[in-house]
Design a protein around this ligand. Sequence first.
Ligand SMILES: O=C1CCCN[C@@H]1CCCn1cnc2cc(F)c(F)cc2c1=O
Ligand SMILES: [Mg+2]
Length: 485
Amino acid sequence: GLGLTNRKAENFGEWYSEVVVNGEMIEYYDISGCYILRPWSMAIWEILQAFFDPEIKKMKIKNCYFPVFVSSTVLEKEKDHIEGFAPEVAWVTKSGKSDLEIPIAIRPTSETVMYPYYSKWIRGHRDLPLKLNQWCNVVRWEFSNPTPFIRSREFLWQEGHTAFATKEEADTEVLEILELYRRIYEEYLAVPVIKGKKSELEKFAGGLYTTSVEAFIPNTGRGIQGATSHCLGQNFAKMFEINYENEKGERAMVWQNSWAYSTRTIGVMVMVHGDDKGLVMPPKVSSVQVIVIPVPYKDADTQGILDACSATVDALLEVGIRAESDSRDNYSPGWKYSQWEMKGVPLRIEIGPKDLANKQVRAVRRDSGAKIDIANADLVEEIKKLLDNIQQNLFDVAKQKRDECIQVIHTWEEFIEALNQKKMILAPWCDEKEVEEDVKARTKGETGAAKTLCSPFDQPELPEGTVCFASGKPAKRWSYWGRSY
Ligand SMILES: O=C1CCCN[C@@H]1CCCn1cnc2cc(F)c(F)cc2c1=O
Ligand SMILES: [Mg+2]
């Protein structure tokens, strides 16, 4: 029968796997760590892309497409760049029965694919800024527990790769892109995130600095990196000789950024909003926003009810609301209610004989379960308001829950206590790499070590004399800490 066998609060991992499958987002695949994205989740990816792509086009960023294959000579051009990542690289070693001369890697990210051509294309200052993006898949043969959307061996993302004449231009773009990522989470997925800077230990080692939007999953007490925007400095320009003749005729290296969000966004949304009846879809990203269900009663005017359903759908489609009717005659209304609740459709409209007679419909909210009778004359306006209200309510509830998980601490004892209470910890920190390494070592356990999530741009007051919770040295900044995905 329908319904979940796992409860979100009891066994989160199993609940999550069940919800993404029963909600028809994911089908498990016969290769571990790989998943089928079914239309219900692919539609979310397309809606996010339909927001993000025009926004980067406004920033004069152009889409392109580079090959998925990277020769080993190119990939391993810079030992230190990928040494830590080598185990994750997937290789093509044969074609048919014969071995390939040179093994070919499948891109885990595209710096080494793209930058030799940046070096070729960027000659003079008029070639700058060069701003490209690609929508593609990447492969990383991860070994830690694979999780649909959150950690898979292949995923979809966009990767932006830009090159500028000055650091100022690069710094500005890093934050413009980060704001788009915040909007993806907060305005579309209704998930609150924190903007901040990654620590030296957690940043992209090949870059100069990393910024990110950090989400938090209250049920597991784990932070999760939502998206990332790096300033690469001139590190890759040096590695790949991406330089140009500047306006003074001197040889100068470019300043670069790279930034990405991926299908991980969908998993975060499911984890934050889902409940024990299944998915809960924010209206803005739901491919069906309103499902209209006929509730025939014995010999009552069934055709009249079906006509009212299609009229209701048409009126909503007319104003751009994504509505469908479920007039299948082989399922009961009750069965349909639970199916569409499992898929998380934000609003259900029921039309029975009484509704028909009263020229009204009954709307039921997925987020609160509230039932609202709406006169046909007010249908479009009321449904628009309800959808906006559901979108806002999902964000407000998620933000309130996330804020309840935030714990400000000052001492090691308080830190450990908060960690055990699955909190997102805000602590004064000396910002020394060795100290972060020490905290990781001291908190290692079966549920994973604590690490910095980010140092928020929005810094609370740091009174003179405040000391680091872990080292006792003078604190330099506030940082969020926690276990993470
Ligand atoms: O995170 C981004 C934004 C989009 C472009 N790339 C950057 C940095 C990616 C960091 N990274 C992340 N994972 C990797 C996995 C690998 F197998 C590998 F060879 C390299 C990498 C790797 O460089
Ligand atoms: Mg990784």
